[in-house]
Design a protein around this ligand. Structure first.
Ligand code: CA
Length: 441
């Protein structure tokens, strides 16, 4: 199925009987319908699947009896504490559920009274990581990030020769993926201070965030069977916000020769809501490669990818320090960017990951890599924004940052908007830096 085609669920005229979904700046209008898992805050209820609408959540297990056929099957699969079973059903099932929800949530729908009894308030909900993530892979798909970081390390050769040919990535760790809101403990580790011959052990002094998108795998592929480009996006369930917390000083000492390890695997934050590729259809753009660059090899190329492989997902990073919080100030915006600048598309990441026969499973997570844009102020991490700490950024209120301090809360936000379409949002992925454990110092 094509996930770039528009259908009745994208109709900008659609309004929901739930008034909060119709606000102009709402993240979750009826055209969005993102998936997550939730329960009442502070309760010991099992987590269960839901869809965000306005300021509420549709409890999918409770709503399943209102639907028929594939939509009912999908809603029942989503009733579990993680969305893997729904993801395993494949793109047509999620699409059928989206269509049924769109019908039932719109103004005048006969299901209104019954569906109202299946709603929970987001203000009284808590969330979990929406899927049990078996494997997590982080890519490096922004050429602007790769070039800027490469320049800091290798001024003579910022971009390595393979970059424009293969979507570079590494295998990350799934056990430390947490949902938005959970505190992030400052990691301890080995670092090599500048000018010293031997490393020291202690809390990281160069803790950073990375502004990324997370791509959840839907239907898997059998071991030994690559997914071709034409089918790649139908194997992706949807997109969330992702913060790949990074300890730059630990990274600098450990990363050669095998790449990131303890500098990255202590925490990754994801947003609670997964926006489907179907919901993103109105915000597609052509995937453009500069004519002077190598064009993708055939296994990374398709007509659909060229026509609509890019997606204009606007992104921003905000920081709220402990001092700002105590003064009641709003978070300070550090940068903005867009996923449209990515050098590799979501389909290319999935096709490349499986081209050797590697099998992906429902709920696996692919990180997009830090999504820096072409301008310096569009940098997606402090390493870039501060030139490796040499040029601290001003936060307003007199504070500056080279890297993150304890008590800093980092907030990622994302949304799509354009004339003729209804704005949809991703909510946020937030996390506060907690002091290193004293016992480890
Ligand atoms: Ca990363």
């Amino acid at each position: 199925m094509s996930l770039t085609a528009l259908n009745s669920t994208h109709d900008p005229q659609l309004r929901s009987w739930l008034a909060s979904a119709n606000a102009a700046d709402a993240d979750f209008p009826i055209q969005n319908l993102p998936f997550g898992v939730f329960r009442r805050r502070g309760s010991s209820e099992p987590f269960r699947g839901g869809v965000a609408i306005g300021d509420a959540i549709v409890d999918l297990g409770a709503a399943a009896p209102l639907f028929a056929g594939l939509a009912a099957e999908a809603a029942a699969a989503a009733a579990r504490p993680a969305l893997n079973a729904l993801m395993a059903l494949g793109a047509p099932a999620a699409s059928a559920l989206r269509a049924a929800l769109s019908e039932a949530l719109r103004q005048g729908a006969p299901q209104q009274a019954a569906l109202e009894r299946c709603l929970a308030a987001q203000a009284q909900a808590e969330y979990a990581v929406p899927a049990q993530v078996g494997d997590y892979t982080d890519f490096y798909a922004s050429i602007h990030h790769a070039t800027a970081v490469g320049r800091l390390m290798r001024p003579d050769q910022p971009l390595l020769p393979n970059y424009k040919w293969i979507p570079v990535g590494y295998h990350g760790r799934s056990s430390s993926i947490v949902v938005s809101g959970q505190g992030i403990r400052r990691p301890c580790g080995q670092t090599l201070p500048q000018g010293m011959a031997e490393p020291v052990f202690g809390p990281s002094r160069r803790l950073d965030y990375e502004l990324e998108l997370g791509l959840f795998v839907g239907q898997g592929n059998a071991l030994g069977t690559p997914v071709p480009m034409a089918q790649a996006e139908s194997h992706l369930f949807g997109v969330c916000l992702l913060n790949d917390w990074s300890a730059r000083d630990i990274q600098g000492w450990e990363y050669q020769p095998l790449g990131p390890f303890l500098a990255k695997n202590f925490a990754t934050t994801v947003s609670p809501w997964i926006v489907s590729f179907e919901a993103l259809a109105p915000f597609r753009l052509p995937f453009l490669r500069p004519a002077a660059d190598p064009q993708p090899l055939p296994y990374l190329d398709s007509a659909e990818n060229r026509a609509a492989g890019a997606i204009d997902i606007r992104l921003e990073v905000l920081l709220e320090s402990a001092a700002m919080r105590s003064r009641g100030e709003a978070p300070w915006r550090l940068s903005t960017s867009s996923y449209r600048h990515s050098y590799w598309t979501a389909a290319q990441l999935l096709a490349h990951h499986t081209v050797n026969g590697c099998n992906l499973r429902p709920g696996d997570l692919l990180g997009s890599g830090t999504q820096s844009g072409p301008a310096p102020e569009e940098a997606g991490c402090l390493l870039e924004l501060t030139q490796a700490g040499r040029k601290p950024v001003a936060l307003g209120g007199g504070e500056t940052r080279s890297f993150l301090q304890d008590g800093d809360r980092v907030i990622l936000r994302g949304w799509c908007e354009k004339p003729g379409a209804v704005r949809i949002g991703f909510g946020e992925a937030a996390g506060e830096v907690l002091p290193a454990l004293a016992a480890a110092t």
